[in-house]
Design a protein around this ligand. Structure first.
Ligand code: HSE
Length: 371
């Protein structure tokens, strides 16, 4: 089977995904028997391109780098046209997030799932707002909805807790979920004022021109909502989270904390009690013996409290085009492996997924290709 993929949103993340796909084409084929074509890309400012038999990614990326917009294979195609072309197996959606409404990501994901197209999104707004609704649509249509890149970018978080920690009940999570604020606080520890650190973060490309979503804690809060709803089975929205950002943290606060052997970090805390999940995001003093103490700069981390394993700790990059592109790749491969894992015996695959297996066997000519 060759997966036909469409990309909506070709900014840092869309391009990051396209690059890792392109660079790893051979590796992905060898290791996972994963083959793909990018058939269409739609972007609000760059335009839309489509080619039924697959776009030449190298050329597309080069043209975008040089001209800032698509040049060849131009079409007047809307996202809806692309999804309904009948030529898509997977939609990758990486448009900017609207945390208040989740739109238009919600609408694109709905259309994809309703039309039997698997969806991978990095969009925090739609998953925080509409996870339950979208999951129902996906289940009803027999397709998968994946969103690893919404929290901790490429560092495993959602899939880690859902798959690798399956069977563990997760009772508490403490996390550094926002790279920009963690970077600013780390720079303030080195003597910069809040304004200087923010300016430095903007120069480095970590913080947006309008950094309010990060520094006021909303970005961390929306990620916490996703974790609460998806991992802890809550049904909360952004309005249920008590949020305090880092704008009021002064150089003096940072200095005093350091003198006491502590660091100030923006921490999201999720605590599950019965069916209730309490979530808050606020700056906290973190002592040296806390695993979150040494997570500096743009890194993110999760300290996960489980019943079967005790504490599990994960840290890694929390932002970036390539890093979030890796999250998308891991989701796309999870969809592929769901149907074509080399670990599943061919006869089990044939029984579970007769249509895909049939296509696969036609393509490869033998059932032994899986082993
Ligand atoms: N603005 C976010 C951060 C990007 O700084 O963590 C990743 O969601």
């Amino acid at each position: 089977m060759i997966w036909n993929i469409g990309i909506v949103g070709f900014g840092h993340v869309g391009q990051g995904f396209a690059r890792v796909l392109m660079e790893k084409r051979e590796y992905l084929r060898r290791k996972y028997d994963f083959r793909y074509k990018i058939v269409g890309i739609v972007d609000r400012s760059k335009g839309s391109i489509y080619r039924e038999n697959g776009l030449p990614l190298k050329r597309v990326i080069k043209e975008v780098e040089e001209k800032g917009e698509f040049v060849s294979y131009l079409q007047r195609m809307s996202v809806e046209d692309l999804i309904k072309s009948g030529n898509l197996d997977i939609l990758v959606e990486a448009i900017p997030t609207d945390v208040r409404t989740g739109e238009p990501s919600m609408r694109y994901l709905r259309i994809a799932l309703e039309n039997g197209v698997h969806a991978v999104t990095t969009n925090k707004g739609s998953i925080a707002r509409g996870y339950r609704e979208l999951k129902k649509i996906a289940d009803r249509n027999g397709v998968l909805l994946k969103f690893e890149g919404t929290v901790l970018s490429g560092t495993p978080s959602i899939n880690l807790m859902r798959d690798a920690l399956a069977g563990c009940e997760i009772t508490q999570i403490e996390g550094i979920l926002n790279g920009t604020t963690n970077f600013i606080l780390s720079m303030m520890e080195r003597g910069l004022s809040f304004e200087e650190a923010l300016h430095f973060a903007q120069e480095k490309g970590y913080a947006e021109k309008d950094p309010s979503g990060d520094v006021d804690g909303m970005d961390a809060a929306i990620k916490a909502v996703i974790l609460a709803n998806v991992i802890m089975d809550a049904n909360i929205s952004l309005e249920d989270v008590s949020v305090e950002g880092i704008c009021k943290i002064s150089s003096q606060d940072i200095k005093e904390a350091l003198q006491q052997g502590n660091k100030i970090k923006l921490i999201a805390t999720l605590i599950k009690k019965g069916d209730e999940v309490a979530v808050n995001v606020r700056p906290e003093k973190i002592s040296r013996d806390n695993l979150l103490y040494s997570v500096d700069g743009i890194e993110n981390a999760l300290l996960i409290h489980t019943d079967n394993l005790g504490r599990v700790f994960i840290r890694g990059p929390g932002a970036g085009g390539k890093e979030t592109g890796q999250a998308v790749l891991s989701d796309v491969l999870a969809i592929h492996n769901h149907y074509f894992s080399r670990d599943l015996e061919p006869r089990i695959q044939a029984a579970l997924f007769p249509i895909f297996s049939e296509q696969f066997h036609l393509l490869h000519g033998t059932q032994n290709s899986f082993s």
